[in-house]
Write a protein that binds this ligand. Structure first.
Ligand SMILES: [Mg+2]
Length: 143
């Protein structure tokens, strides 16, 4: 079904480089948190995540986490070291929070991408918001 299609597939979030984002004209990157940027067991951001966010921000691209996770305190604490805003209880596949964030930061749909691991929430919300859906594989421990 067309609604569950994604525009790009990546293995891990680290594969979405500032160059790829810039070449695709992305100015606002909306990111899912759980199993996209964060392993279920992680209480704080992994070093590679801190580094990745820093590189993207340095490239002049805005990053906002849009999560269905409803644990507000946890979310705030997790995102604080990353220096980015986060939206909790986003209720994806509803696109309300994606659209509200685009409006708040003053970016157009064509300048925005939603990156996430789930087709039924992240990709679908992206389609409803009329932005591109990029997918990463479910995050796992690398042994
Ligand atoms: Mg997820």
């Amino acid at each position: 079904m067309r609604l569950f299609c994604v525009d790009k597939n990546f293995e891990r979030f680290e594969d979405v480089t500032p160059k790829i984002l810039k070449d695709a004209g992305v100015k606002l990157l909306l990111c899912d948190l759980d199993n996209t940027l964060r392993l279920h067991s992680e209480k704080e951001p992994a070093d590679e995540l801190v580094e990745w966010i820093k590189d993207i921000k340095e490239a002049g691209i805005e990053v906002v986490i849009i999560s269905n996770n409803g644990r507000k305190k946890f979310m705030k604490k997790f995102c604080e070291p990353l220096g980015i805003s986060c939206v909790w209880w986003a209720k994806k596949p509803l696109s309300t929070k994606l659209t509200a964030t685009m409006e708040e930061y003053n970016f157009k749909p064509q300048e925005t991408v939603m990156l996430g691991d789930k087709l039924t929430t992240d990709a679908l919300a992206a389609h409803f918001a009329k932005i591109r859906a990029w997918k990463v594989n479910h995050r796992r421990n690398v042994v």
